[in-house]
Write a new protein. Structure first.
Length: 583
């Protein structure tokens, strides 16, 4: 459950009736089987549960959160502590970590904090590196523009727009198939394969010779990179609880921004290679950065885990990354937080019935609408930054480094808005805050004329692009409101597809006949920004009303009716009466 320690008990009161139903946790289909409980040397049946909710723990808190007894019990209450409910929530027989499932296991805050540190170093850090590699290979097209990429290939701005659209459409179309393949093979197999394949295409751009080859490589990159983000999100959900995932996804997108910062320095150096062996600097850029990703993809085969309980390998050592005790903690803390994660094996494919059920889940459509529109107000400004800076008089190497201020600013504001969202357990108002940051800057850009000071234009653009992105918050929000492995697998992909659809639209907001000031385009962006504020408010109202409806329906039932519902219902995932939507 995503909440902070100060509002935890208040929040539980709104979603749990007589502690009979744990919010944000669906029932599995196994209703009549006895509870599986492994006889573990680490069980502590005589110890009580934690006396308070988990406090937020951040990597800079060396000694853990303040005001906490590190040797106190950290195990949180869950449905597994109620014999009447536990049988409805047990993991399926195929669950890959079943041998470590034991509701009697207890652990301390000291153990949990140490384990979180290990997860961040062993799991999160490398996932961040992989995302950075993705950004190198899909974002270096902007740096290539600073080195006369379009001129060398005899392309126009509209050709560039078409190439971006081809990439985005292919990326979008590959999202759901990639996620389904990942669910069947496992992210630990599919993600490294994606990296190796797209890196080959990426460094092959060294030999681009015109419009056709440009379009072809854009299409292949989109096909092979599509689904990567959703695959990584699913992978991270195997290790982190619902309240921990938003901040880890913020780290994930922080890696994206850090990759852009590193790419600026790499690009500055590599683009100076123009003329080496008679080739342009942008050709060397594609070649070198593609090879970096290729090496990372090979490493990923050994660094990604099949499951929390399967960390032994040739690269991770014969003893693996986690002890038996740590594996028990890993598995039980995840299932206590969300029993739905034991519903199926992590290499179990999604069938057509479950696929359709997930796609038709109308309660997730509001988040998809947000995903479609939220970044439309800023994307064109960032996409055309290099061309804009060149058009107002800045040189190639100046342009390469001038993206650093907004990248650093965007990194800081993204982390802050994600921490704030987690701290206050709120999402929609934080999305509105991001749009309110963007709106006055768009108005300022719209007001600039051809004689306006170029440094003023650059400053306003940098402030605009430093807006606090809520993308990480919304990815975790989608996962949380899905409330089942089946739905989560599909919804992560659909959310990203919605984002890519929005990107297709934004590719055509800035047009050649509107350059270089893009006054018509900026006017459109102002309208989009205002629309987004209305969208966030509408989604907030929708989920508040949905939760109130379920509260009334659940509270009107007698104890016998509630028990009968739990034993016989065919409702799944977020359709359970006990589930409350985050907003």
């Amino acid at each position: 459950m995503s909440s902070n320690s100060d509002n935890f008990h208040q929040e539980k009161a709104t979603v749990i009736s007589d502690r009979e139903l744990l919010a944000n946790s669906p029932l599995t289909s196994a209703k009549d089987e006895p509870l599986v409980c492994v006889d573990s040397a680490f069980s502590s049946k005589g110890l009580s549960l934690a006396q308070h909710a988990p406090k937020k723990f951040y990597f800079w808190q060396v000694r853990g959160p303040s005001g906490i007894d590190l040797d106190g019990i950290a195990t949180q209450y869950s449905v597994f502590d109620d014999p009447a409910l536990a049988k409805h929530f047990q993991p399926c027989a195929e669950y890959e970590n079943l041998h470590r499932f034991d509701p009697a296991v207890r652990w301390t805050w000291r153990e949990e904090i140490a384990l979180l540190r290990k997860l961040d170093l062993r799991i999160m850090l490398f996932v961040g590196f992989m995302f950075g590699a993705l950004q190198l290979d899909r974002g270096n097209i902007s740096q290539a523009n600073a080195d006369n990429f379009l001129k060398d290939l005899h392309l126009t701005t509209n050709d560039f727009n078409n190439g971006n659209t081809i990439f985005t459409v292919c990326f979008l179309l590959a999202e759901l198939p990639s996620q389904l393949v990942s669910k069947k093979l496992g992210p630990d197999r599919w993600v490294p394969t994606q990296m190796v394949l797209w890196s080959i295409v990426a460094f092959s751009q060294f030999w681009l010779n015109g419009r056709s080859s440009f379009y072809a490589t854009r299409a292949l990159l989109g096909i092979l990179q599509g689904g990567f983000i959703a695959d990584c999100t699913l992978y991270l959900s195997y290790f982190y609880t619902a309240s921990e995932l938003p901040v880890r996804l913020a780290y994930f997108w922080a890696a994206d921004i850090l990759a852009n910062i590193i790419a600026s320095f790499l690009g500055f150096g590599i683009l100076h290679m123009r003329g080496v062996l008679g080739y342009s600097g942008w050709r060397w850029l594609f070649l070198i950065e593609g090879l970096i990703t290729f090496i990372g993809g090979i490493l990923a085969y050994g660094m990604m885990l099949p499951a929390p309980t399967k960390s032994k390998s040739w690269l991770r050592g014969e003893n693996g990354w986690f002890s038996d005790r740590e594996e028990f903690i890993l598995v039980n803390r995840i299932l206590r937080d969300d029993p739905s994660k034991g519903d199926m094996h992590n290499r179990q494919p999604i069938n057509w019935t479950n696929l359709w059920y997930s796609l038709s889940d109308y309660d997730l459509w509001p988040i998809y609408i947000i995903g479609f529109s939220f970044s439309m107000s800023t994307n064109p400004v960032g996409t055309f930054l290099s061309l804009t800076l060149r058009s107002i008089g800045f040189g190639t190497f100046q342009t390469t480094l001038m993206g650093l201020p907004y990248q650093v600013g965007g990194l800081l504001t993204m982390l802050l808005v994600t921490y704030s969202s987690q701290r206050f357990n709120e999402r929609c108002f934080h999305g509105i805050l991001s749009q309110l940051w963007t709106l006055p800057n768009l108005i300022a850009l719209r007001s600039f004329g051809s004689r306006s000071n170029r440094w003023s234009k650059y400053a306003v653009t940098s402030i605009l692009l430093s807006h606090p992105s809520t993308h990480a918050v919304q990815v975790a929000w989608t996962s949380q409101n899905s409330n089942s492995v089946r739905s989560r697998t599909v919804s992560s992909a659909v959310y990203n597809m919605a984002v890519q659809l929005g990107s297709i639209v934004t590719n055509y907001i800035y047009r050649s006949d509107d350059a270089p000031l893009y006054k018509r385009g900026n006017k459109d962006l102002i309208a989009v920004c205002g629309m987004n504020i209305v969208v966030y408010l509408s989604v907030k109202v929708y989920y508040v009303l949905r939760n109130r409806f379920r509260d009334r329906k659940w509270n009107s039932m007698s104890d016998e009716e509630k028990e009968y519902y739990l034993a016989t219902t065919t409702d799944r995932g977020n359709k359970r009466l006990g589930f409350r939507f985050a907003h």
